[in-house]
Ligand binder design. Structure first.
Ligand SMILES: Cc1cc2nc3c(=O)[nH]c(=O)nc-3n(C[C@H](O)[C@H](O)[C@H](O)COP(=O)(O)OP(=O)(O)OC[C@H]3O[C@@H](n4cnc5c(N)ncnc54)[C@H](O)[C@@H]3O)c2cc1C
Length: 397
C-alpha cells in the first residue's frame, strides 16, 4: 500500500513540497494529496508594487490556478480543512458543492500516514482596536484588495502626513514595510508631492528592522531621504476619527494617511485543532521541521514558530529539506550531512528606491552582510518576480 501523504496549503511551501515528493517517490511508495482552500496560488511580493502601478489584479504574475503548478501525480483537493485530528490521523475537509443549492457544502474525512502543515499566516485585523471600524483612513498592501484600495488613496493624495507602521512581530516579509517606504518616497518625488509630504516610519523594535546589522545600514538611508523614524512604537489602537495611532508605550502619532502592516496570526485551523501557540504558530523543530512532540506531522513556511523571517524564501529552502527527509523516511534511508537538516537558510532582496536594491543572505549561524544597494540586485529581484512562476513552485531550483 502506498503511504498517504497529505499537505495542507497550496502556497509556496506546500506546493514545492508536493512537487518534490511526487518526483522523489514512486506511485507504489506514496500517494500525495494537496488540500488548498482556494485552489489559487498567489505570489505575494507582487502586492508591494501594486499601489504604485496600474497592474491588473488578475495578472498572471500575481495569481494562477494551483493545478497548473502541480506535478500530475499530486491530487489537488479544493476545500477548507476545518479540523486536524492528530490522534486519529484524520483531516476534516469542507468543500463547496456546485451541484447543490447556494451554500451547499460537502464534508469529508481523509486519513493520512504523514501530514505536512503549510497553512501560512492570516491577517488578524481584530487584534488591533480601530482597524475594523470607521471611514477607512488606514491602508495596507497585504492582500490584493488592500493594495488596490491603497493605489486609489495615493492617486488622490494631495500631500500631508503619511505614517507607515507595523502592528506587531512576526509579520510576513520583514523588509516589506521598509521597501514600501523607499518606493513611496520615489513615487511622491515623481508626482511632485514629496515637498508637501512628511513621511514617518514607526517600528515596534528599538531599531528600524528586525536584524541589527541591516537596521544599522538602513537607518542612514532613511535619514538621507528625510524620512522620520520612531522606534519602540508598538501600536495599541488606531483612532480613525481623530486620525492618530497610539502605542503601548503611550505615544500618539497623527496621520493623514496611515499605511499599516496588519497583525498576523497562524491559520484558523491550527488554532481550532489546538496545534498552535498563543498566536497560532506551530511549534516546530528548527532543523528537522517536525512538529514538536508529534510523530508523522511536519510544518513549514509562515505557519511555523521558527526563528526565521516569514518569507517565501524560507518556505522554499525548508520545503527542499522536508521533501528529502520525508522521502528518505518512507524508503527507510538515512540522510546525512547538510541535506538532512534545515540550517535556517534565507535569501531575500530589499528594495532601497531609485531602482536599487540589496540582498540579504543568512542562516541560523551567520547574519547577513548586505552588499551596497545597486541596480543589479533590483534587476535580479524583478527577474525573480517573473522567473518564480516557471521555477520555484515546481521545485526546480
Ligand atoms: C507584500 C509582501 C511582499 C513579500 N515579499 C517577499 C519577498 O520578496 N521574498 C520572500 O521570500 N517572501 C516575500 N513575502 C512573503 C511570502 O509571500 C510568504 O512568506 C510566503 O508566501 C509563505 O508561504 P507559505 O507556503 O508558508 O504560506 P502561504 O503562501 O500563505 O500559503 C498558505 C496556503 O494555505 C492555505 N490554507 C490555509 N488554511 C487552510 C485550510 N484550513 N484549509 C486549506 N487550505 C488552507 C491558504 O489558502 C494558502 O494557499 C512577501 C509577503 C508580502 C505580504
Amino acid at each position: 500500500m502506498p503511504r498517504q501523504i497529505i499537505i495542507i496549503g497550496g502556497g509556496v511551501g506546500g506546493t514545492i513540497t508536493a512537487n518534490m515528493l511526487a518526483r522523489q517517490l514512486r506511485p507504489h511508495e506514496a500517494e500525495i494529496t494537496l488540500i488548498d482552500s482556494t485552489g489559487r496560488h498567489v505570489y505575494m511580493p507582487f502586492w508591494l508594487y501594486m499601489p504604485f502601478n496600474d497592474s491588473d489584479p488578475q495578472s498572471q504574475l500575481l495569481v494562477r490556478d494551483e493545478r497548473t503548478l502541480l506535478h500530475q501525480r499530486v491530487h489537488l483537493l479544493i476545500g477548507q480543512v476545518q479540523q486536524i485530528d492528530v490522534a486519529n490521523h484524520q483531516v476534516h475537509v469542507s468543500q463547496s458543492n456546485a451541484l447543490e443549492p447556494a451554500g451547499g457544502k460537502r464534508e469529508s474525512v481523509l486519513v493520512y500516514d504523514d501530514l505536512v502543515l503549510a497553512t501560512g499566516a492570516r491577517l488578524a485585523f481584530a487584534d488591533l482596536p480601530g482597524l475594523e471600524e470607521g471611514p477607512g483612513v488606514w491602508h495596507h498592501f497585504y492582500d490584493t484588495e488592500g493594495a488596490l484600495r491603497l493605489r486609489q488613496a495615493l492617486s488622490t493624495f494631495p500631500g500631508g502626513r503619511i505614517v507607515i507602521a507595523v502592528a506587531g512581530i512576526p509579520y510576513r516579509c520583514p523588509p516589506a514595510p521598509l521597501e514600501f517606504t523607499f518606493l513611496l518616497d520615489d513615487w511622491l518625488r515623481q508626482h511632485y508631492l514629496r515637498e508637501h509630504t512628511v513621511i514617518e516610519y514607526l517600528y515596534p523594535l528599538p531599531r528600524v528592522f528586525t536584524i541589527e546589522r541591516v537596521a544599522e545600514m538602513v537607518a542612514p538611508w532613511l535619514e538621507e531621504r528625510e524620512i522620520a523614524t520612531r522606534v519602540f512604537f508598538t501600536p495599541e489602537a488606531v483612532d480613525q476619527q481623530r486620525r492618530v495611532i497610539r502605542s503601548l508605550e503611550g505615544e500618539e502619532v497623527p496621520f493623514d494617511l496611515l499605511i499599516l502592516v496588519p497583525p498576523h496570526r497562524g491559520a484558523q485551523v491550527i488554532e481550532a485543532s489546538g496545534l498552535g501557540d498563543s498566536q497560532g504558530w506551530i511549534p516546530t523543530d528548527r532543523y528537522t521541521l517536525q512538529v514538536k512532540g508529534q510523530e508523522h506531522l511536519y510544518a513549514l513556511g509562515d505557519a511555523t514558530d521558527l526563528p526565521v523571517p516569514k518569507s517565501g524564501s524560507a518556505a522554499h529552502f525548508e520545503a527542499r529539506v522536508l521533501a528529502r527527509r520525508l522521502a528518505a523516511a518512507i524508503r527507510g534511508e538515512t540522510l546525512e550531512g547538510d541535506e538532512a537538516l534545515y540550517d535556517g537558510e534565507v535569501m531575500c532582496f530589499l528594495e532601497t528606491g531609485n531602482r536599487r536594491a540589496t540582498q540579504l543572505v543568512f542562516n541560523y549561524e551567520h547574519p547577513p552582510e548586505p552588499p551596497r544597494p545597486s541596480l543589479f540586485y533590483h534587476l535580479e529581484k524583478q527577474l525573480l518576480n517573473h522567473a518564480y512562476w516557471h521555477l520555484i513552485p515546481q521545485g526546480l531550483i
